[in-house]
Ligand binder design. Structure first.
Ligand code: 13P
Length: 256
């Protein structure tokens, strides 16, 4: 069975005190989920060490970084390497979130290097893709996602690819309150899985965890998480309050 994940992407939010409270309350209030389910806190760099200590020996929780350097080490002031993340025991890292692509101009070349650095350090990339509103409105969304897959993910060989988690996050749904409909989410997730089957094989495609992100909240999560090819969510705003994040975790728990 595929790994099901509810991941909170805090983005650039919270102080250390707020971070601790959010993690403690989430740990206290979460239901006991199954062995094929995981809750991830994707926290800013300064909180990684503390967050990791909170989830230590709690198998249903893990911590992710939100970014890493495309370089291995050296004179790169302000950068954080995958090796540093690995030395903290961080098992996951987001790569290619649309905010990194659009605000920080990260392109395919840089994102491939980041994935290589992570994989070399045995950290699983959570690779994000998604089309913007204009691309959706002109019916170019499948083409856009196919191109992102081909230019970035499918440069990995099969053994490397098996470590990747995918997050489909339509840009028009991020932070807007507009969510992809069940039909839109399912057809895109199915499309991505099919592309994986064509590029690698059916077994790999069936094992790949594909998350949905974009205004996913306690109200709409159950419908989205119940879709055949949606294996959970990458949650922004609704992961910042323990009440709503725990509801999202519970929605997944009740379905699987
Ligand atoms: P929102 O849930 O706030 O729309 O953000 C989604 C997102 O970007 C998660 O990575």
């Amino acid at each position: 069975m595929r790994l099901k994940i509810v991941a909170g992407n805090w983005k650039m939010n919270n102080t250390i005190n707020e971070a601790q409270t959010l993690i403690i309350k989430t740990l206290q209030q979460s239901p006991k989920i199954g062995a094929n389910q995981l809750t991830i806190f994707a926290v800013p760099f300064p909180f990684l060490y503390t967050a990791s200590n909170f989830v230590k020996e709690k198998s249903q929780f893990a911590v992710a970084a939100q970014n890493c350097s495309s370089y291995a080490k050296g004179a790169f002031t302000g950068e954080v390497s995958a090796t540093m993340l690995a030395s903290l025991g961080i098992p996951f890292c987001l790569v290619g979130h649309s905010e990194r692509r659009t605000i920080f101009n990260e392109n395919a070349e840089v994102l491939i290097e980041k994935m290589k650095q992570l994989l070399k350090n045995r950290i699983r990339p959570i690779w994000c893709c998604g089309e913007n509103l204009e691309q959706r409105n002109t019916n170019a969304h499948f083409e856009v996602i196919a191109a992102q897959l081909k230019a970035e993910l499918f440069t990995l060989d099969k053994e490397e690819f098996k470590n990747v988690i995918i997050a489909y996050e339509p840009i028009w749904a991020i932070g807007t309150g507009l969510t992809a409909s069940a039909t839109q989410a399912q057809e895109m997730h199915q499309f991505i899985r099919n592309e994986i089957a064509i590029n690698y094989d059916l077994e790999v495609a069936n094992q790949t965890t594909i998350l949905y992100g974009g205004s996913c909240n306690a109200e709409n999560a159950k419908e989205l998480f119940s879709l055949a090819d949606v294996d959970g969510g990458l949650i922004g705003g609704a992961s910042l309050q323990p009440e709503s994040f725990v509801k999202l975790i519970s929605s997944m728990h009740e379905l699987h």
